[in-house]
Design a protein around this ligand. Structure first.
Ligand SMILES: [Fe+2]
Ligand SMILES: [Fe+2]
Length: 302
């Protein structure tokens, strides 16, 4: 018998460690995900950053530069996913889906507000929100730009041109929910939270990441539900696979910090690249199993 996911998992099958449960899992619907959002409010501006300011001032240059690189990817990423989301809101198919999608867009705006505030108050970068985004832009890699300014923007443009285009909607959700949120954001958040927790540093930054991850799992749950619905059509199922095969190699490049020669053999903040790849692909494969799509060997090897 199918079982509904536990609320502690935010409806995200990527967190299910007992994989025998994947076959019979019942995904949360957009209506249930909307109601879950109502029960989980939080305020970016209520997070206390005083200890973070003192911690940041005491870090050595190496820790500061690795953390800044990581945080810039999140800051720019949250700005991109906020401003490139309207096309999906317009592509709703039911009132419940529309209600859920509007909550996701406001979540992304809140995430960007959190990082803007952190850059201003902890990193001490003055000026406007836009000035801080420009500063963070100097840290991100060509692979990041290709995914967030190329593929994501193109996917939204196609959806804005025709919100009833189901192929464009599938491409958008694969790019946004499966690759950007499910594979990249949740992986980066897991390792940075672990790093901060183990050292007992930057408590405001950690609290922000914990709240953001809670939201992101809910977002990925919507993407998994949507793609599961569409994957019953063989042509759309193939389309999901092809889009993943195209984007996963680019996503692998987004995780690589600057100055690294071998993208499959590096360390960041004390974690080996293989740990991040393993975490990302395990969660992605669980979601794809539930959607009913297999990840080709080619994509996994990349
Ligand atoms: Fe977000
Ligand atoms: Fe998100």
């Amino acid at each position: 018998m199918a079982t509904l996911l536990e609320l502690s998992q935010q409806g995200d099958v990527g967190t299910i460690t007992d994989e025998s449960k994947l076959a019979n899992v019942k995904l949360m619907t957009p209506q249930q995900l909307y109601e879950l959002w109502e029960r989980q409010p939080w305020s970016a501006h209520a997070i206390d950053l005083e200890r973070d300011k003192a911690d940041w001032a005491g870090f050595d240059d190496d820790v500061r530069s690795h953390l800044a690189w990581n945080l810039s990817s999140f800051f720019i990423g949250e700005e991109r996913v906020t401003t490139q989301f309207s096309g999906l809101v317009r592509a709703y198919e039911t009132q419940s889906e529309e209600a859920y999608l509007t909550t996701q867009q406001v979540d992304e705006a809140r995430h960007a507000q959190h990082f803007n505030r952190f850059y201003e108050q902890v990193l001490g970068i003055d000026g406007t929100f836009e000035d801080r985004l420009t500063r963070a832009r100097s840290d991100v890699s060509p692979a990041f730009t290709e995914l967030f300014d190329g593929h994501l923007v193109d996917a939204q443009d196609r959806l804005l041109a025709d919100p009833s285009d189901v192929e464009a909607k599938v491409d958008f959700v694969v790019t946004y929910h499966m690759v950007i949120e499910g594979t990249l954001a949740l992986t980066g958040q897991f390792f940075i939270q672990d790093f901060l927790e183990k050292r007992g540093i930057l408590p405001g930054c950690l609290e922000g990441f914990q709240k953001i991850s809670q939201d992101e799992h809910r977002h990925v749950a919507y993407g998994t539900w949507f793609l599961q619905q569409k994957a019953s059509d063989p042509a759309l199922r193939s389309r999901i696979q092809a889009k993943l095969a195209e984007l996963i190699p680019i996503a692998t490049g987004v995780l690589v910090p600057p100055g690294v020669e071998d993208p499959f053999n590096y360390e960041i903040l004390g974690y080996h690249s293989s740990e991040a790849h393993q975490f990302a692909f395990t969660a992605l494969s669980r979601r794809l199993k539930v959607i009913g799509v297999s990840l080709g060997d080619e994509a996994v090897a990349a």
